[in-house]
Design a protein around this ligand. Structure first.
Ligand code: NDP
Length: 282
């Protein structure tokens, strides 16, 4: 294997230990950071994510509650639940697990969360702050991915960064974060002509597409930092958007799936919740 592994578990363990120390310090001042996760319906993948978030809270000494609502929950019921959490002083972070059942309006529900408790960083106010270079809550997945990129030690200034995917929760904020690091950023999507011509120029390549093994070795510049955000289920196994076995022979650094960005995403959620709790004392 030519590439160095960017191990999300190792990085997360170190970061979670630091978070646990800060949680203990905050508790000594009478504030226990609290995260509320709302889970509507029975989506199996969501159940796993929510469980892992609860485990992360336990590990770091935070308070966590999971509010399970039935599949047939109405928009009004969901929004009333969010409003109740907005008012709850024991809760510093509110997360609505996505995707919601089809009949519910995700954007409308997310807009009800007060921006200070929006630990997912999906509220338009937080997305707008990121775009304007202001302090706000940064979405967990791109924040975690950037942390992994930074840990390569590579000076990012002037580097070519290519993000494949332009979703509001991953691709777009990832592009903005890399721009803030003074990379020259290209964001690709399903209408991009000659995708490989773009990816082959990338010193930093982030794949957030949702297609198993979509990024192949011939699409990667030798020595590149390759960050695989994808989570795809193939024959009961979780695989990323990057053809890991072949790309690792070309790349300089690479994240595994599982054990890469997904793990760091939850760690950033814990960090955002801690910071939201710290802000209540400021
Ligand atoms: P979306 O489906 O919202 O976005 C996918 C993006 O990929 C779109 O912008 C789409 O382009 C682009 N795309 C699709 N096909 C192609 C193609 N052939 N060539 C180039 N671009 C293409 O997904 P998300 O951003 O929400 O998630 C992406 C992946 O990351 C998924 O596998 C998801 O499960 C995973 N994920 C992982 C997380 C983690 O914690 N590790 C957190 C969140 C997501 P267009 O806009 O034109 O349709």
């Amino acid at each position: 294997m030519a590439a160095q592994l960017l191990d999300g578990k190792v990085m997360s363990d170190a970061l979670r230990a630091e978070i646990a120390e800060k949680v203990a310090a905050l508790k000594a001042k009478g504030v226990t950071p609290g995260l509320a996760v709302i889970l509507v319906g029975e989506d199996p993948a969501s159940q796993i994510y929510v469980r892992n978030k609860g485990i992360g809270c336990e590990q770091t000494g935070m308070h966590s509650v999971t509010i399970r609502m039935p599949e047939e929950t109405t928009q009004q019921e969901l929004e009333d639940q969010i409003r109740a959490l907005n008012e709850d002083p024991a809760i510093h972070g509110i997360l609505v697990q996505l995707p919601l059942p089809k009949h519910l309006d995700e954007a409308a529900a997310l807009a009800v969360i007060v921006p200070e408790k929006d630990v997912d960083g999906f509220h338009v106010q937080n997305a707008g702050k990121l775009l304007n270079g202001l302090n706000g809550v940064v979405a967990c997945t791109p924040k975690g991915a950037l942390e992994m990129i930074r840990r390569t030690g590579v000076n990012l200034s002037g580097k070519e960064a290519v993000v494949v995917g332009r979703s509001n929760i991953v691709g777009k904020p990832m592009g903005v974060l890399l721009l803030q690091e003074n990379c020259t950023v290209t964001i690709c999507h399903s209408r991009t002509a000659d995708l490989a011509a773009h990816t082959r120029r990338a010193d930093v390549l982030v794949a957030a597409v949702g297609k198993a093994k979509f990024i192949t070795a011939d699409m990667v510049k030798p020595g590149a930092i390759v960050i695989d955000v994808g989570i795809n289920r193939v024959d009961g196994k979780v695989v990323g958007d990057v053809d890991f076995d072949n790309v690792k022979e070309v790349a300089g650094w690479i994240t595994p799936v599982p054990g890469g960005v997904g793990r760091m995403t939850i760690t950033m959620l814990l960090q955002n919740t801690l910071e939201a709790a710290e802000r209540t004392l400021a």
